[in-house]
Design a binder for this molecule. Structure first.
Ligand code: NAD
Length: 361
């Protein structure tokens, strides 16, 4: 099969980590008989320097013509980089907002996995972390409180701020379908998180999720209130498979879940639209402090490439091969600086890519 992939190396460590993900994808292509057809586009600071804006319409058209987008990271040092002296709509991050909008990416997926070999980085008590965890937070990305009408008015001489939380049944249905589809590729459990004891939007959320669940009889559905979910994530994270939730709850819970893993260089992410198309990127930023030194951890980007194979191309076997290779490299004792612990072998970004590619079987 030919995989048409648009790559956004971006800024900072972006080009280094994307190069390693391509190395691993090429090895997957070799072993499993696929051809990788990459086209690079500029975004963020790199595009500002070359084209005077963080993302051009031509770059968007190139991204749209592909089957998926694999991104490194964009942005520079926000205190010293000249990019941050520009008006907000011309800064690097504006490129990210523009591409998400142009590609209609409404579903954000963030896996939080605790690897046995890295359990020392988990801030939870041993008796909780030893059970391990492997969950997927599925967050609605374009609706809810962050996109509702807002205003600040004066009432009886006092300021009053109003934010509006709105969801339509269609917005809920399309993300719920994505959540159940993804659960079918995993352990077939969905925890839908809401605040249905208080909010109307949550009561509608629950009703629509239950309707969608009828089409997925193999998937076990449970509902959980968001405050309870925040507690359960630190009390018993092993209980979760797919957590399906709205925009603001997902924003908070996905950061909580990633912190529980303890290692920022390991966290992949994906943003999907209602076709198979998606944008895949590590959860971390462009780490300008370590750029160009060949010490960044490329694993989050390599795991994002694995998600791309699984969710945009339905190549589950190939994605499993990447996930297995990452586990094996950790088992064999290789670590980049950010996840290094005593007794392990410290390697750079490029060597880590080589070691993972070698383990694709
Ligand atoms: P960051 O994630 O880039 O870095 C935070 C810390 O983690 C730094 O010490 C960095 O060295 C380390 N780190 C991050 N990724 C690493 C990796 N793969 N290997 C080893 N260490 C790693 O966050 P920041 O410093 O707040 O932001 C830097 C820039 O990245 C800013 O311009 C910010 O706007 C941008 N950013 C971009 C995205 C994106 O492209 N989606 C996301 C977050 C931040």
């Amino acid at each position: 099969m030919e995989l048409k992939i648009t790559c956004i190396p971006g800024d900072g460590i972006g080009p280094e980590i994307v190069a390693e993900a391509k190395k691993v994808l090429d090895k997957v292509g070799e072993v499993y008989g696929h051809s990788m057809n990459y086209t690079d586009i500029l975004m963020g600071g790199a595009s500002i320097d070359a084209c005077g804006e963080p993302l051009t319409d031509e770059a968007i058209a190139t991204a749209k013509a592909a089957d998926a987008v694999l991104m490194g990271s964009i942005g520079g040092d926000t205190t010293t980089s000249p990019w941050y002296k520009l008006p907000p709509n011309l800064r690097p991050e504006a490129g990210l907002l523009k591409i998400r909008k142009a590609l209609n990416l409404f579903a954000n997926l963030r896996p939080a996995v605790l690897y046995d070999e890295l359990s020392g980085a988990c801030p939870l008590k041993d008796e909780i972390s030893k059970a391990g965890f492997d969950m997927m937070i599925m967050r609605e990305l374009t609706g809810g409180l962050y996109f509702g009408e807002r205003k600040t008015v004066t009432e009886n001489g006092k300021l009053k701020a109003i934010d509006t939380l709105t969801y339509t049944e269609d917005e809920i249905r399309r993300i719920a379908i994505k959540g159940f589809d993804i659960a079918m590729k995993r352990r077939k459990k969905v925890t839908s998180v809401d605040k249905a004891n208080v909010l109307d939007s949550s009561r509608l959320w629950r009703k629509v999720v239950e309707e969608v669940a009828k089409d997925y009889p193999e998937v076990k559905l449970e509902h959980m209130l968001v405050d309870n979910c925040a507690m359960q994530l630190v009390k018993d994270p092993a209980q979760f498979d797919v957590i399906l939730t709205e925009n603001m709850f997902g924003d908070i819970l996905s950061d909580e879940a990633s912190m529980v893993t303890g290692s920022i260089g390991m966290l992949a992410s994906a943003s999907l639209n209602d076709t198979k198309f998606g944008l895949y990127e590590p959860s971390h930023g462009s780490a300008p402090d370590i750029a160009g030194k060949d010490i960044a951890n490329p694993i989050a980007t390599i795991l994002s490439a694995s998600m791309m194979l699984r969710y945009s191309f339905d190549l589950d076997k190939e994605a499993d091969a990447i996930d297995r290779a990452v586990k094996q490299v950790l088992k064999d004792g290789f670590r980049t600086g950010d996840i290094y612990s005593e007794g392990m072998t410290k390697v750079g970004c490029s060597k880590m890519g080589d070691l993972i590619a070698e383990r694709i079987l």
